[in-house]
Write a protein that binds this ligand. Structure first.
Ligand code: GLU
Length: 261
């Protein structure tokens, strides 16, 4: 089987992070060993954290390291564009599909309400999660409110019961209780997807066969598995590699360590 792998860096840092360089190398080797392709996709959906020039420094650092990519924002490819900010209609289409299937819902909660909710959860020592206030609204009415311009986001409708599991190629089976998985925002009020919707849609549409990324993404993976199941899509092979650490096993810190390539 020819593997299609990817890295999906966010252009929010000063350069390519050393951890991204490490996962890029692994992804590149897995793809090329099988005669497949290694892809670079830029996940630039968090508009508040964008750093000017970051994308071109990421690409030139990969080049300098000698890790070439077959598809990406600079070299193009059959699934262009490879920058998420240029793919917004795609995410809207899939978010609407989930609403139609009852796997997602419109949420009109104000930042004030969400803040009050968070504070009371904190006071009660409960995990910070959306309380499902908009989950029970009538879908047709919500659709009308959204169409009339009322500010909203789209959230995923996580089942209250049961578990979500996946098999990690390195770590084996990992299981999460659904009741601990948040009704994650999928589409923000500015029309941009969150990481979770963007990554699942693009990995599927771009035919990614192996998702190889740092272990810090493990808590996100059950949300992705639920989304794959909601859409009825095949789940790619998944591997979470260890993050790079200091010799004393502490985490690399952007402030204290030279983390940029
Ligand atoms: N945009 C994520 C990042 O900044 C991608 C994580 C993933 O590979 O799924 O690394």
């Amino acid at each position: 089987m020819k593997a299609r792998t990817r890295i999906a860096p966010s252009p929010t840092g000063q350069d390519l992070h050393i951890g991204n360089a490490y996962t890029a190398l692994i992804n590149y080797v897995v793809a090329t060993k099988s005669g497949g392709q290694f892809i670079v996709r830029i996940e630039d959906t968090d508009r508040t954290r964008l750093v000017e020039g970051s994308e071109s420094r990421i690409l030139s650092s990969l080049d300098w390291l000698g890790i070439p990519h077959h598809e990406g924002p600079d070299v193009g490819g059959p699934f262009a564009p490879y920058r998420q900010s240029e793919r917004l209609p795609e995410y809207k289409k899939y978010a609407d599909e989930l609403i139609g299937k009852g796997h997602a819902y419109y949420c009109f909660c104000t930042p004030q309400r969400l803040e009050a909710m968070r504070k009371s959860q904190e006071a009660e020592h409960k995990p910070p999660m959306y309380d499902g206030f908009c989950k029970t609204l009538n879908t047709d009415e919500s659709k009308k409110r959204a169409a009339s311009g009322e500010k909203h986001v789209i959230r995923m409708n996580v089942p209250d019961e049961g578990n979500t599991s996946f098999t990690d190629l390195i770590r084996g089976e990992i299981t999460f209780e659904n009741k601990l998985i948040d009704d994650q925002v999928l589409l923000k009020s500015d029309g941009f997807p969150t990481y979770h919707l963007g990554v699942v849609v693009d990995d599927h549409v771009m035919g990614i066969t192996h998702i190889i990324r740092g272990e810090e993404w493990i808590p996100s993976t059950p949300k992705h598995i639920l989304l794959y199941n909601f859409f009825g899509w095949d789940i790619p092979a998944i591997a979470h590699v260890s993050v790079l650490r200091n010799p004393d096993k502490s985490k690399l810190s952007k402030r204290k360590n030279p983390v940029w390539v």
